[in-house]
Ligand binder design. Structure first.
Ligand SMILES: O=C(CO)COP(=O)(O)O
Length: 122
């Protein structure tokens, strides 16, 4: 099962905490982790296998949106920073829209991500 992780700069510490807490889940063989460029580094630094796409502002969100549209990515954990402006806002909206179009679970904050991970465990 392919899961995408994405975190805006203001949320990267929370992504680090979340991944650390759920390391055993993300290490499972049946889970393939993908990420935008800089977020992927966080996962790599924790010893996780992750395929890193472009950084968000350079098109990473758009690349992941395409995988959602194609039915490859099955879950998106996107820790958004609602308190800052992002130059690639259209790409961000596209990623979220594609999740809704294709009924792919999308967590836009850590609390929801925890619930999705709990769902995965059961
Ligand atoms: O900008 C992002 C999501 O919109 C995240 O990109 P990075 O993981 O490269 O920082």
């Amino acid at each position: 099962m392919e899961i995408a992780i994405v975190a805006h700069d203001g949320k990267k510490d929370e992504m680090n905490f979340f991944l650390t807490k759920n390391l055993e889940v993300f290490k499972q063989d049946h889970i393939r982790l993908i990420a935008t460029g800089t977020t992927g580094k966080i996962a790599e630094n924790l010893g996780l296998n992750v395929h890193r796409f472009l950084s968000g502002p350079l098109g990473g969100d758009a690349q992941i949106a395409a995988r959602v549209a194609e039915g490859i990515t099955k879950m998106v954990l996107f820790f958004r920073d609602p308190l800052n402006a992002h130059p690639h806002e259209p790409d961000i909206m596209m990623l979220m829209r594609q999740c809704d179009v294709h009924n792919v679970p999308l967590a836009s904050n850590p609390a929801t991500a925890e619930l999705l991970i709990m769902g995965l465990k059961h």
